[in-house]
Design a binder for this molecule. Structure first.
Ligand SMILES: *[C@@H]1O[C@H](CO)[C@@H](O)[C@H](O)[C@H]1NC(C)=O
Ligand SMILES: *[C@@H]1O[C@H](CO)[C@@H](O)[C@H](O)[C@H]1NC(C)=O
Ligand SMILES: *[C@@H]1O[C@H](CO)[C@@H](O)[C@H](O)[C@H]1NC(C)=O
Ligand SMILES: *[C@@H]1O[C@H](CO)[C@@H](O)[C@H](O)[C@H]1NC(C)=O
Ligand SMILES: *[C@@H]1O[C@H](CO)[C@@H](O)[C@H](O)[C@H]1NC(C)=O
Ligand SMILES: *[C@@H]1O[C@H](CO)[C@@H](O)[C@H](O)[C@H]1NC(C)=O
Ligand SMILES: *[C@@H]1O[C@H](CO)[C@@H](O)[C@H](O)[C@H]1NC(C)=O
Ligand SMILES: *[C@@H]1O[C@H](CO)[C@@H](O)[C@H](O)[C@H]1NC(C)=O
Ligand SMILES: *[C@@H]1O[C@H](CO)[C@@H](O)[C@H](O)[C@H]1NC(C)=O
Ligand SMILES: *[C@@H]1O[C@H](CO)[C@@H](O)[C@H](O)[C@H]1NC(C)=O
Ligand SMILES: *[C@@H]1O[C@H](CO)[C@@H](O)[C@H](O)[C@H]1NC(C)=O
Length: 684
């Protein structure tokens, strides 16, 4: 696991930043700082507990020191302590009487130490804390037996953190005495089996099992649990006990990043509100079951507990109605699965569904009328599926009055219900990028009365603020397209050859305009007074529109054009407000770089990919950032190199011509000189 151990490192950094260096206000305790009854002795190179602190301190922090042992007498002087933190030391053991007079201690943080070495004695020490509620033992290389030993008799414990240890198997002995436990963090261990481990923890409400090696969770019957996080394991099956009549208190179940093949078999009665199932291999199989005409076909799977046969579990494989109680669901996250369809009545069972995240699945069609989406639906993300069409009748659309975010990008959409978006009064953000849609010309929309329409239109959707239409092969956007809208975001990038008629109607509201890779030239931006983000990259622009002068842009993308310079006046006008600018991929002229200095001078501008911004002069291409003062001849930017080159070539030609003339008209001179040389060289 590459991320193993990241949390404590972050924690360490955090402390280093938050806690100021030893203050001078208490010179007598140079390594500690006192704030009321709290002593902060973090990161002070201590190898033992400092003895000179006030006797009445209630909280003592000794993180990031070099303490190896807490001795019997280490804390004798501080009987009022309620909270002690010795995280990130090299603590190997706590002597058995360390806490003999600390009956008030409630919170103990021993994270990130080496307690695996002296755990038996440490365990004796912990037993003397009758009121301990919070214990952090994360990152101590603890194995199963060590943890069990350390936790013996800690009957008052409510919060326990064992994350980042070496636990493999949990059973009934693991947490037997912790019958007040409310919250247990077991993240980032190597747990592969859980067998009757939580039977004595009837108060447990929050359990985190993320980043372990669990292959399945069957026979789930922890009715008091409110939050279960089992993400990032290898779970193929989640099956809760189906014969229980009790209502499970479960509200949040996180099974994302596992290997689920089936929708989890949820409790038959629960208050489950948030179900996270992203990045599994989940799909529905009802259609398969209908096809399974072969009499021997398996329709159930049975799980045997190999040790004691204590709890065999049978699951009906193809029965999609057996997914349990989903009637309280508000968030259903199914991103990155293989869902092709929803079983009959599935969505209907969730009258409070607010967010449905279906991005990156295999949906082929979606009939909103058939599925009966509830009026509570707020966000619908069906991007990156295989949808060719979305179907809905007027009645259905009237119900979806709360739908606010609608992502349809990355499908093969050609057909949508007519006046689709106009029928959704709360719509704020629509993403239709990477589909094959067209924008209705004004007449088309009015005459179309079919059930489906091949063009889309948003006229008069007053609530609409963000419209994404990237990569839709759009050719013409009529000026009527945005009538009655108050868009703040308009993304039209990746529509090469786009003809954009006036967007004057958006001049008061538009803040973000994407026109990258549209081959657009000479667009007049001057009326877009509120524009903050402009993308005009990849448009082969040789010069910038003077209308940019009037804008107060914060982000400007000019990458991959043919710009040789940015006019001085424009650069100076942009510099005060600009925060991020993209400039790479332009053939800038090294002799016209005043603009660069203007941008460099402004401390607020971040030039993305600064080291890749290059300029050219006749001799070479160099980094604008490290421009060696190119000798440039005049303001027009003609380099003196040109003149030198010109001079040299003229001189050379002159010499050449002279030689030829000499050769032609005075051949005897040549002969003479050769003769002279020959005579000399042979004289020996
Ligand atoms: C500690 O727990 C064990 C069983 O786990 C029990 O036998 C023993 O009496 C307990 N000791 C104290 C001091 O509570
Ligand atoms: C351990 O878990 C507790 C809550 O259970 C949390 O407050 C603490 O920050 C966690 N410690 C680490 C090192 O993650
Ligand atoms: C589950 O744990 C993972 C890893 O710590 C975390 O990223 C995720 O947000 C948690 N899930 C929930 C629902 O809190
Ligand atoms: C659950 O309730 C049903 C009827 O409501 C009853 O027949 C059954 O025995 C109950 N099961 C348990 C385990 O209580
Ligand atoms: C078999 O399943 C396919 C979908 O996978 C379905 O289209 C077809 O109608 C089914 N055939 C029968 C006989 O149920
Ligand atoms: C079905 O079961 C019968 C008897 O149990 C067996 O003879 C037959 O080969 C099986 N058919 C298939 C397709 O497995
Ligand atoms: C579990 O299954 C095994 C094997 O079929 C069986 O011997 C055992 O009695 C079953 N246990 C229970 C509790 O049903
Ligand atoms: C959509 O579902 C409704 C209600 O079940 C049905 O009447 C209609 O024919 C379906 N439309 C399509 C195109 O499947
Ligand atoms: C729509 O949203 C509002 C405000 O969040 C809420 O009060 C209302 O109940 C929702 N409508 C439906 C049908 O759920
Ligand atoms: C829509 O979904 C795509 C793909 O999942 C994502 O890249 C894009 O950012 C989403 N659009 C919005 C506006 O969130
Ligand atoms: C600008 O548009 C281009 C072309 O679609 C895209 O590659 C680039 O990421 C966009 N720039 C920003 C800053 O979003």
């Amino acid at each position: 696991m590459p991320v193993h151990g990241l949390t404590p490192i972050l924690l360490c950094l955090l402390h280093v930043w938050i806690i100021p260096s030893p203050a001078s206000s208490h010179p007598q305790l140079s390594e500690c700082r006192l704030i009321q009854r709290t002593a902060l002795c973090n990161d002070a190179k201590l190898s033992s507990v400092p003895p000179g602190l006030p006797r009445n301190i209630e909280e003592l922090q000794l993180n990031y020191n070099h303490i190896q042992t807490l001795q019997d007498d280490s804390l004798l002087r501080y009987p009022s302590l309620t909270s002690l933190s010795v995280a990130c030391n090299s603590l190997e053991k706590l002597e058995s009487n360390t806490f003999q007079d600390l009956s008030l201690l409630e919170s103990l943080n021993l994270a990130n130490n080496n307690l695996y070495i002296g755990y038996p004695e440490t365990s004796q020490a912990l037993k003397k804390l009758p009121g301990l509620k919070v214990l952090d033992l994360s990152e101590n290389k603890l194995e199963d037996e060590m943890a069990a030993t350390l936790l013996q008799n800690l009957t008052s414990l409510e919060y326990l953190n064992l994350s980042g240890n070496l636990l493999r198997r949990l059973d009934e002995t693991s947490f037997r005495d912790l019958n007040k436990l409310k919250e247990l963090n077991l993240q980032r261990n190597i747990i592969f089996e859980i067998d009757g481990a939580f039977a004595s923890n009837s108060k447990l409400q929050r359990l985190n099992l993320a980043f372990n090696n669990l292959p399945c969770l069957t026979d789930f019957h922890m009715t008091h649990l409110v939050v279960l996080n089992a993400s990032h394991n290898f779970i193929e099956w989640f099956i809760s006990r189906q014969d229980l009549n009790d209502t499970f208190q479960l509200e949040t179940l996180d099974l994302s990043d596992n290997k689920l093949l089936f929708f989890p078999f949820l409790p038959s009665h629960s208050h489950l509100r948030n179900l996270y199932l992203s990045h599994n291999s989940l799909r529905f199989y009802e259609q398969l079951a209908d096809n399974a005409t072969s009499p021997n076909a398996t329709t159930t799977v049975e799980f045997y507990n190999l040790r004691k046969y204590a709890s065999n579990v049978t699951a009906e494989l193809w029965d999609d109605s057996l997914h349990g109680d989903v009637s309280s669901l508000e968030i259903l996250d199914l991103r990155g699965n293989q869902v092709e369809y929803f079983p009959y009545g599935f969505i209907q069972k969730m009258p409070f569904l607010s967010r449905l995240q279906m991005c990156t699945n295999c949906l082929k069609s979606l009939n909103l009328t058939y599925e009966q989406f509830p009026g509570s639906l707020y966000e619908l993300d069906i991007s990156n599926n295989r949808l060719k069409q979305v179907v809905a009748d007027e009645g259905t659309l009237a119900v979806l009055g709360n739908l606010t975010y609608f992502n349809l990008s990355l499908n093969d959409l050609e057909w949508l219900p007519p006046r689709f978006f106009s029928s959704l009064p709360s719509l704020r953000s629509v993403d239709l990028s990477y589909n094959h849609i067209d924008i209705c010309l004004s007449e088309e929309a009015e005459i179309s009365t079919d059930l489906v329409s091949s063009c889309v239109d948003w006229r008069n959707v007053v609530s609409l603020g963000q419209l994404y239409l990237k990569g839709c092969n759009l050719e013409l956007i009529p000026s009527s397209a945005f009538a009655g809208l108050s868009l703040t975001h308009l993304e039209l990038s990746d529509n090469p050859g786009l003809v954009l008629q006036s967007i004057q109607s958006l001049s008061r509201t538009l803040q973000h305009l994407g026109l990258g890779n549209t081959h657009i030239q000479d667009f007049d931006f001057s009326h877009l007074k509120n524009l903050k983000f402009l993308n005009i990259s990849r448009n082969s622009l040789a010069h910038l529109s003077p209308s940019l002068l009037t804008l107060d842009l914060k982000v400007l993308d000019l990458r991959d054009n043919r710009l040789s310079t940015i006019p001085h006046g424009l650069a100076n006008a942009l510099a005060p407000n600009l925060q991020i600018v993209f400039l790479t991929g332009n053939p800038f002229n090294c002799c016209q770089t005043e603009w660069f200095r203007a941008f460099e001078k402004s401390k607020t501008i971040q030039m993305v990919g600064l080291s890749d911004i290059e300029c050219e002069d006749p001799v070479r291409t160099q980094q604008l950032q490290h421009l060696e003062s190119s000798v440039c001849f005049n303001e027009a930017g003609e380099s003196i190199y040109w003149y030198i080159l010109l001079f040299v070539s003229i001189s050379l030609s002159f010499v050449g011509i002279s030689v030829m003339v000499l050769l032609t008209f005075k051949p005897q001179m040549l002969k003479k000189s050769i003769k002279k040389k020959c005579l000399k060289s042979t004289s020996y």
